[in-house]
Design a protein around this ligand. Structure first.
Ligand code: HPA
Length: 245
């Protein structure tokens, strides 16, 4: 049976229906993980749960220790990763509350520790990242979404910005011209670090606001919190369906 790592994003710092066996506080060669890694059982599967932003939520996207997180999950036996991400919707068919299984990603971040392949190396390595997400896991996640009947998109381009500020109207217009459908701050380098560790990785993204300029007025945290509260139950149901399939 596959051991899944679940990386919970904003709005998912704990899993109430997780049967907890152990909480592991782990120091890695890259430093500490965002929070204790919870080993347990969820929907009949062995899982390792990690709150990306810490528990309670306190680490901003640009300060998450992505390398420590991925390295520790692999070390503890993760064989695949299901990442949960809250995002802004750029594409008009991806409104608040919509779920997206992205198939591509564009990295707009800078200055993050984004690779394990540096320092004293025997040889230089360039991992293939043509298809950033694992297609088999994507298909399984799409099946779970169809089963649950929630409004969702089976493809999409995730644009990852540096944050922690939200984007300007012009930045979102540029991202749209680039082909981005959703915008978030945590997809990279997490996705590529999983690839460097040969961990199949898939993202379930919940749209929690219309991206800058895609609705009237400013984006407020109250708006995002409301959408998270309404959307996370759907995310948990899909996760259950995905893991028990
Ligand atoms: N932009 C970037 N990241 C986000 C957004 C957004 O509008 N909403 C949630 N995460």
């Amino acid at each position: 049976m596959t051991t899944y790592a679940i990386i919970g994003g904003t709005g998912l710092t704990q899993l109430p229906s997780l049967m907890i066996r152990e909480a592991v506080n782990m120091e890695t060669p890259y430093g500490m993980t965002s929070a204790d890694i919870i080993k347990g059982e969820f929907a009949g599967s062995e899982v390792l749960f990690l709150a990306r932003h810490g528990h309670p939520h306190r680490i901003p996207p640009h300060q998450v220790n992505y390398r420590a997180n991925l390295w520790a999950l692999k070390q503890l036996g993760a064989q695949a990763v299901l990442a949960i991400n809250a995002v802004g919707g750029i594409h008009r068919d991806m409104p608040t509350g919509h779920l997206v299984v992205p198939n591509q990603i564009i990295d707009y971040t800078w200055g993050r520790e984004h690779t394990f392949y540096e320092g004293e190396l025997d040889h230089v390595t360039h991992v293939d990242f043509t298809q950033p997400y694992d297609e088999t896991l994507r298909e399984r996640l799409v099946d779970a979404l169809r089963e649950c009947g929630y409004s969702h998109s089976e493809h999409g381009v995730y644009g990852c910005t540096q944050g922690p500020r939200l984007e300007t109207v012009a930045e979102i217009a540029r991202m749209e011209r680039d082909g981005c459908d959703i915008v978030g701050m945590t997809g990279m380098p997490e996705t590529v670090l999983a690839r460097e560790l040969s961990l199949p990785y898939v993202t379930l993204a919940l749209v929690v606001n219309a991206a800058a300029g895609k609705s009237e007025g400013a984006i407020t945290m109250a708006m995002i919190d409301r959408a998270l509260e309404q959307g996370m139950d759907k995310v948990k149901t899909v996760m259950g369906e995905f893991l028990s399939a």
